[in-house]
Design a protein around this ligand. Structure first.
Ligand code: NAI
Length: 396
């Protein structure tokens, strides 16, 4: 029997036999979960020789939950994730139509997972459009709950949009065309400050040296501009003892960049960036662009973190076009697991998997998504996982 991971006095307490919740997901989900679990379990076994062991507990979300419970997101699943504090999931399918909201957005809301964290690092051997992709090693902190993603929008022809237009005209003398759709961009001091604090915490724990606030405050002064001001307030006032805008101080440096400039900076001078903190929409665009520079979405890991629950998952979706064919690349989920092990403090396991993945890719043992670009014979999903495990065996 496993024991639950807990927060005690705000600190994560991980027993030697933690019970961790997992979601197999839909499409390629079950295949990449099986391959990833094989790698994670072998790494834990190798590093701790049986002194630590994960006890996996499956919960259902998505199509499989609909079949079993008649609902996409069962109460039992929510309760289990809440009680277990950490979950790792494969992508799930949100059925189109039927009035279903995105299950991922739903999960973020239920557990207030306000920080979407996406590390972007090049792995030697992976094709990249950059000449020196090894210069990329950054982490994007995307605010996950506000901005234009808050769902406050109404179609042009709706009574709500008409009411907002009327209000704007009567109260502020702002006249909009009658066929104007309305969406609200909202950014609060509370949500801004908490994600900046999370990024600083992460910088300290992971020995990161620089934090860049990315915003479009020159145009959207009271949302994006305010994001920048509030972020700097936290950096200067709450963490002034360890952060500074002056490189000479030897502290964690902070600066800011306007979002459009950031895109060219990312391509021209990626070595200048370490941690990027940004509102929701900028973060969405930036993280996909950054992922493209190191090999694409198929290998990009991610995590969604709140104060009580953390859910680790690959950035990509269920890839229905390749499901069931044993060709999916499990790397994004395997590396999401590496983030989970770091979060748990099982750093030896994280490092061993990281190194073994690097070695496997370097020797051009890869799944078909990368094999075609490298002009080598592809490995199947599970075969690729076995190669990683072989490398783990050689390391430990
Ligand atoms: P997708 O990310 O599933 O696929 C885009 C392309 O990338 C496809 O050609 C696919 O074959 C390829 N691809 C993705 N992951 C791969 C992997 N591990 N190895 C090799 N190739 C890979 O995006 P799409 O098609 O827009 O979405 C499909 C479904 O996934 C939708 O139902 C959507 O709602 C869901 N979705 C779920 C997410 C989640 O649960 N976190 C996130 C994004 C989408």
């Amino acid at each position: 029997m496993g024991e639950k991971i807990k927060f005690i006095d705000g600190k994560l307490f991980v027993p030697v036999n933690p019970e961790i919740v997992y979601i197999k997901g839909d499409g390629i989900g079950p295949e990449i979960m099986e391959a990833s679990m094989f790698v994670w379990n072998k790494a834990v076994e190798k590093v701790y020789s049986g002194k630590r062991k994960i006890h996996w507990k499956e919960v259902l979300i998505g199509e499989s939950a609909l079949k079993e419970y008649g609902t996409l997101l069962p109460e039992d699943t929510i309760k289990e994730i809440e009680e277990h504090v950490i979950a790792i999931k494969s992508p799930v399918k949100t059925p189109v139509g039927g009035g279903y909201r995105s299950l991922n957005v739903e999960l973020r809301k239920i557990f207030d997972l306000y920080a979407n964290i996406r590390p972007v690092r090049w792995i030697e051997g992976i094709p990249s459009p950059l000449k020196n992709p090894e210069n990329i090693d950054l982490v994007i902190f995307r605010e996950n709950t506000e901005d234009v993603y808050a769902g406050l929008e109404w179609p042009a022809k709706s009574s709500q949009a008409a009411s907002v237009r009327k209000f704007l005209e009567e109260e502020f003398n702002v006249k909009l065309r009658n066929d104007t759709g309305i969406g609200l961009k909202i950014i609060s001091e509370f949500a801004t400050k908490r994600i900046v604090r999370k990024a600083i915490e992460y910088a300290i724990e992971n020995n990161r040296k620089k934090i860049t606030i990315v915003h479009k405050g020159n145009i959207m002064k009271y949302t994006e501009g305010a994001f920048l001001n509030w972020a700097f307030e936290v950096l200067e006032k709450e963490f002034g003892n360890i952060t500074s805008s002056n490189e000479k101080d030897g502290k964690i440096i902070f600066n800011s960049k306007i979002a459009d400039d950031m895109f060219q900076q990312l391509i021209l001078y990626p070595q200048e960036y370490d941690i990027i903190v940004t509102p929701n929409l900028n973060g969405d665009y930036l993280s996909d662009a950054a992922a493209a520079l190191v090999g694409g979405l198929g290998i990009a890991p991610g995590m969604n973190i709140g104060d009580e629950v953390a859910i680790f998952e690959a950035v990509h979706g269920t890839a229905p076009d390749i499901a069931g064919k044993n060709i999916a690349n499990p790397m994004s989920l395997i590396l999401s697991g590496v983030l989970m092990f770091r979060y748990m403090g099982w750093l030896e396991v994280a490092n061993v998997i990281d190194t073994a993945v690097n070695e496997t890719v370097k020797s051009k043992k890869v799944t078909s998504d990368l094999a075609t670009r490298l002009n080598v014979e592809p490995l199947g999903t599970m075969e690729f996982a076995r190669e990683i495990v072989k490398n783990i065996d050689q390391l430990v």
